[in-house]
Ligand binder design. Sequence first.
Ligand SMILES: CCCCCCCCCCCCCCCC(=O)SCCNC(=O)CCNC(=O)[C@H](O)C(C)(C)COP(=O)(O)OP(=O)(O)OC[C@H]1O[C@@H](n2cnc3c(N)ncnc32)[C@H](O)[C@@H]1OP(=O)(O)O
Ligand SMILES: CCCCCCCC/C=C\CCCCCCCC(=O)OC[C@@H](O)COP(=O)(O)O
Length: 290
Amino acid sequence: MESGGLLLWALPSALLLALLLQLSPRLRFRAKVLSYCALCLMASALTAPACLLWNGGRTVENMRLVCLICLCPVHRIIKNVVRSFKYLYGLRFDVKGLEHFQVEGPCVIVSNHQSVLDMMGLMEILPDRCVQIGKRELLYFGSVGLIMYLGGVIFINRKSTSNAKSVMSGVGQAMTTDNVKVWIYPEGTRNGNGDLLPFKKGAFHLAIQTQVPVIPVVYSSFTTFYNPEKNLFTSGRIRVEVLPPIHTSGMTATDVTELCDTCYTTMRETFFRLSGTARRVNGSTPHLAQ
Ligand SMILES: CCCCCCCCCCCCCCCC(=O)SCCNC(=O)CCNC(=O)[C@H](O)C(C)(C)COP(=O)(O)OP(=O)(O)OC[C@H]1O[C@@H](n2cnc3c(N)ncnc32)[C@H](O)[C@@H]1OP(=O)(O)O
Ligand SMILES: CCCCCCCC/C=C\CCCCCCCC(=O)OC[C@@H](O)COP(=O)(O)O
């Protein structure tokens, strides 16, 4: 009798929800983004104990753990869990230039940052022994914050240049002593408007201070399949290019601005080429490439 009553409510509610989702693109968009967030939270909650048990705490090694489920030594838990999300959302990555990651020792990887979906693109190509710089607030995103902490993400306070600078100088020391690569989003925030924001300089200071190469990585624009303003979130193909390393040996603090500008120009041109759009003129909408 009770299960009959439940069915009486559950079935019409499910039908109503399906109808609402069908009728409202905004609701559909929100539901899909929410499902992605829920997936991240759930996957992090399930993965965190494995990271804790296996490596006993915060270490970059958590990014490349032995999989406890299938015992395959090449599997890396966090990386592979996140990489599998793309199948649920119909996303595909065409990657070029992975050989450029084969540098001896540490390096600074810089890439463009369009949305929370970037975590899938990051994990698609993440090299071994690589940590990311993230905003401090991410630490409080429940289990996602925990998994980032365990994975070795370095948290900075973007509102305090002096705090960020002192954290970054600690990172520089760890990079050389522990042979760690660092992934930085030099735009400093997400930007999905079909262009790159001007770059912040932290990544380039770090590369020059530690005399390690900068490796730019560019993801094509998401705007054709993901656009919150248009409530668009469909399947799509993302082109990714790892560009050749830019060496910094012999550079000093006076070269930071030039290095930053060189990376920005190269990455922006690559971004427009990969996205099939032309350079923006005075902020106007990009035109299709010839
Ligand atoms: C299983 C399921 C899992 C689920 C899933 C998990 C996925 C697990 C992956 C997580 C992945 C995380 C992904 C996070 C993604 C973000 O959180 S992105 C946001 C956080 N990241 C960043 O902000 C990095 C980029 N920002 C920077 O580098 C900025 O330069 C800094 C360091 C924050 C400083 O910011 P600022 O003060 O606003 O900016 P800026 O204009 O660059 O600097 C001001 C002055 O200080 C100088 N300066 C800057 N830095 C330095 C320095 N280091 N030394 C000396 N001088 C410096 C500049 O040269 C400038 O001086 P001038 O040249 O103008 O004279
Ligand atoms: C118990 C507390 C529950 C908290 C719930 C939080 C809900 C969100 C949960 C999961 C979302 C998945 C996030 C995956 C990681 C996203 C990293 C990211 O892309 O961060 C944005 C940051 O780069 C720049 O931030 P802004 O563009 O400056 O803003």
